[in-house]
Design a protein around this ligand. Structure first.
Ligand code: GRF
Length: 214
């Protein structure tokens, strides 16, 4: 049975930073949507993501000890989270939480994994590494979360061109625009299908109607 039939899929979001990806989800998961953001969790008490959640009337939780897997699992299961989304969450999720949500926890990364991922690869460091490599294409990736940073099975990717004269900041901004479309597309597709669905350019899936090259 899909979440459309049994009520909205309940989404919990973990974020450490400003939360623009969270905002894209909040915007996409309003009334009538098959998915609903029910909880936003952060390891940072002053994260912009928590402020965005409060602004949207969504429950927030500050994790005093992000390494306490039992507390996080309890918080997520008490809210009946169907899907957990890491959107700029910088802490490693404890293995027991990953196990409790196996196949139901996704992370968004601002490059084409498996390249340019792993420990320490976050924020502008990712885009600097892409530029230093001479790659002409970057992109956004969404993958299932496993106990290692950025190494789970990839469920969605979308390419973004690297342009001559790009700085890490300009490339980050171009990738972020795509992230804001790809993440809601994956979450809504999961809600409609009742499970996380692959979403790639050229696949016969419910593709977002956009072209990052336009
Ligand atoms: C995004 O680039 C995301 O891919 C990465 O962290 C950034 C979070 O940005 N994991 P925001 O907090 O959603 O604005």
């Amino acid at each position: 049975m899909t979440y459309t039939a049994q009520g909205p899929m309940r989404v919990a979001v973990l974020a450490s930073g400003g939360g623009t990806n969270l905002q894209a989800l909040l915007d996409a998961c309003g009334t009538g949507s098959p998915a609903r953001v029910v909880l936003v969790v952060s390891d940072q008490p002053d994260a912009g993501a928590l402020a965005r959640a409060r602004g949207a009337g969504v429950e927030t939780l500050h994790l005093a000890n992000p390494g306490d897997g039992a507390a996080l699992t309890r918080a997520l299961t008490e809210r009946k989270a169907d899907l957990v989304v890491l959107a700029g969450y910088l802490k490693l999720v404890p293995a027991d939480v990953v196990a409790a949500f196996a196949g139901r926890m996704i992370n968004i990364h601002p490059a084409l994994l498996p390249a340019f991922g792993g420990p320490g690869m976050y924020g502008l460091k990712v885009h600097r590494a892409v530029l230093a490599s001479g790659a002409t294409v970057s992109g956004a990736s969404i993958h299932l979360v496993t106990p290692e940073y950025d190494r789970g099975p990839i469920v969605a990717q979308w390419p973004v061109p690297v342009k001559p004269g790009d700085t890490a900041e300009s490339l980050a901004a171009r990738v972020l625009e795509v992230e804001h479309r790809l993440l809601p597309a994956v979450v809504l597709a999961a809600a409609k299908a009742g499970r996380v669905m692959p979403l790639f350019p050229g696949g016969d899936f419910d593709m977002p109607s956009f072209s990052p090259h336009s």
